[in-house]
Design a protein around this ligand. Structure first.
Ligand code: SAM
Length: 221
């Protein structure tokens, strides 16, 4: 797909409305410095998540998949002073880099990184009564997305917004014969979302500086 026009327009929107300050720029830079993959959300997607967090007056946010904390910083900036964001990250190296970026952004008081497998930490959060969260952003490994969603529901209340990134995968979700684990994870998740009567949901196609993909949005009834 020729992505040129989408990239140019994404830059145009970003220059007008998706301003990145030094803390966000440094978070992106830290990926290269630490030899981590450049797979954060884009600046405009960060602004989009921030607006979603503001729309639902989020005071408690849960994120699955921290990487260097780029999306974390965008969302945490929508929190009130006494708000909190818990973010789950499997890789201790990613968590350490993210911690520095979060401190640099002045968000250490509000953001807590929990290191480990999301599927191990989510039941702990549930047992501790950590929820309900006002907004949950799913952006960790793709194969267990449907399981992540089930846990997100357990950690929700009526009105919680659940967002899941990368659920269209350049349109590969249309291929019923795909054997890609990430595609199969997104397909399972999308099918489950379509049949789930506990939420009102849709999927937005996403184009821009990143590869063509989509974000699912679900409000718990
Ligand atoms: N949300 C980040 C952002 O936009 O800045 C990007 C997250 S990146 C796409 C996915 C992250 O999930 C990686 O840092 C990866 O190490 C982490 N991850 C992978 N499997 C995981 C698991 N089972 N539990 C928790 N985190 C996991």
């Amino acid at each position: 797909m020729n992505n040129e026009i989408f990239e140019s327009v994404d830059h145009y929107i970003g220059n007008l409305l998706g301003h990145e300050d030094e803390a966000l720029i440094a978070a992106t830079r830290s990926l290269k410095e630490a030899g981590m993959p450049a797979i954060s959300i884009s600046p405009n997607q960060g602004k989009f998540l921030q607006i979603l967090a503001l729309l639902c007056n989020a005071k408690n946010i849960l994120e699955l998949g921290t990487l260097a904390g780029y999306s974390t910083i965008w969302m945490a900036r929508a929190l009130p002073k006494d708000g909190r964001l818990i973010t789950l990250e499997y890789d201790p190296k990613h968590a350490a880099v993210a911690q520095k970026n979060i401190e640099r952004a002045g968000l250490a008081e509000q953001v807590q990184i929990k290191t480990g497998r999301a599927l191990d930490i989510l039941p702990q959060l549930h047992a501790e009564g950590a929820g309900p969260f006002d907004m949950i952003f799913i952006d960790a490994d793709k194969p267990p997305y449907a399981d992540y969603f089930e846990w997100a529901l357990k950690l929700s209340r009526s009105g919680t917004l659940i967002v899941a990134d990368n659920v269209i995968r350049e349109g590969k979700v249309l291929d019923e014969n795909s054997t890609e684990a990430a595609v199969n994870g997104a397909q399972r998740f999308n099918k489950m979302l379509g049949a789930n009567t506990a939420v009102t949901a849709t999927i937005l196609q996403m184009v821009g500086v990143k590869e063509y993909d989509g974000m699912a949005l679900a409000i718990v009834k």
